[in-house]
Each structure stands twice: as structure tokens, then as C-alpha cells.
Design a protein around this ligand. Sequence first.
Ligand SMILES: *Cc1c(COP(=O)(O)O)cnc(C)c1O
Length: 236
Amino acid sequence: MALQENIRQVQHRIEAAARAAGRDPGEITLVAATKVQTSETIRQAIASGIQVCGENRVQEFNQHWMDGAYQGVQVHFIGHLQKNKLKYLVGKVSLIESVDSEDLVRLIDARAQKLGVVQDILIEVNIGGEASKSGVAPADVEGMIRLAAELPGTNPRGLMAIPPVSHESGENRRFFAAMHQLFIDIKSKSYDNETIINCLSMGMSGDFEDAIAEGATQVRVGTALFGARPPMRVNG
Ligand SMILES: *Cc1c(COP(=O)(O)O)cnc(C)c1O
């Protein structure tokens, strides 16, 4: 079965990239980017070793959730966040990776407090400084991490980035390196005692090996696992 073989290959490539960088492969989590996939495909991916699914769209997440497709795995939300849809995510997904405003931090906190849970989040960074992209400017990251650490309902775990679309291999390494530096800076600061900053989510099908070489702890891979998707907006 192609999916099973693809998963095995991506896992091997992650291990090889980690070893080449002198890193423990166990430090790196493969997040399967499951947008547009069916609940059945998600079940097959899980049966073939996927342990974390990354969802972009609340509607698809809700569908798969109702289908019971995520048995035994964690779900991360990696798509553009809409304030009115947060209620479907908080307390259900283990990590919201795409938090990019103070408003969102406060709204997630309020919802989490209402449910009596603490929601793990990442701050999405616009590392390429692109006007069209979501994510906060590097200079604003520390303030957002501090806010999330202070609020009782949110627990900041680190950073996520989607660098500019690259056309040549290796082109994104400088963005990954810049993200790693930011991650190190954020980690070196002190927050409250519960805060542990240990997630750096970056790298997709075309560049996850470079991201691992530059310190990623999570890679989000879709196409290399599931094949090409029909054309669509990534941020929908
Ligand atoms: C779709 C998606 C990915 C995976 O992209 P591929 O190039 O298919 O591996 C990673 N991160 C986010 C936020 C995505 O939307």
C-alpha cells in the first residue's frame, strides 16, 4: 500500500536527517498534515504508524472527530484560526500551533478556563516578513509567550513557522536558522514554573530535512505522505 510505504520512507528520512545533524531522531515528531484527506485515510495512516495529525480546517476536524477517526492519536491544529471557531478546538486538540495575536491568546484562555482545561499553544511567526502571511513579527514573540504563560488557560510550548514558498532546495535554511535562534532566545528566558518551551514546528514535504538540520522538533508533512492535493488555499 502506497500510504504505508510513504510513511515508512518519511520516517526514515527524518531519522537520517536527525542523525546527519547529530540529533536524536526521537526528538522529532512527525505531524501528518491531513487536510482534504478522508476519515478512512486518516485511520489507515494511524494504522501505519502516524501518531499526530495536523488539521487545517475546523470543519474537516469536526467531521473526522465525529467519525472517531483519531483513535489513539493526538491532533494539532495548524491552520488559520477564526475566533468564532475556537470553541470547536480548545480542549479537544492537544496543540494549537497557529496562534498569531494577543486576542487569540486571550480568547483561547477564556474558553479553556470555562472548560477547566489548560490549552497548549504555539506562537506562529511570520519569519519571512511576508505581508500576505499570518504570524507575528519576531520582535513580538516574547510578549505573546509571556502573556500565554501568565494566563491560567494557556500554556505556551514554543514556535511554529511557514517560511516563504521556496523554488530551490536549501532556500529556506536561513529562515529555519532564524527560527531556531528565536526559539533558543525564547527558551533562555524565565517564565512561570509550569512553562516548558520545547516545540519548534517547521518544515514541510519539500524542506523538512533542512528544517531538522536547523533544529525543528516537529515537521508537518502532507504531500510526501498522502500524495498531491487538488489546488487550494493553504490558509483556508
Ligand atoms: C498543508 C500544510 C503542511 C504540509 O504541506 P506539504 O507541502 O503537503 O507537506 C504543513 N503545514 C501547514 C500549515 C499546512 O497547511
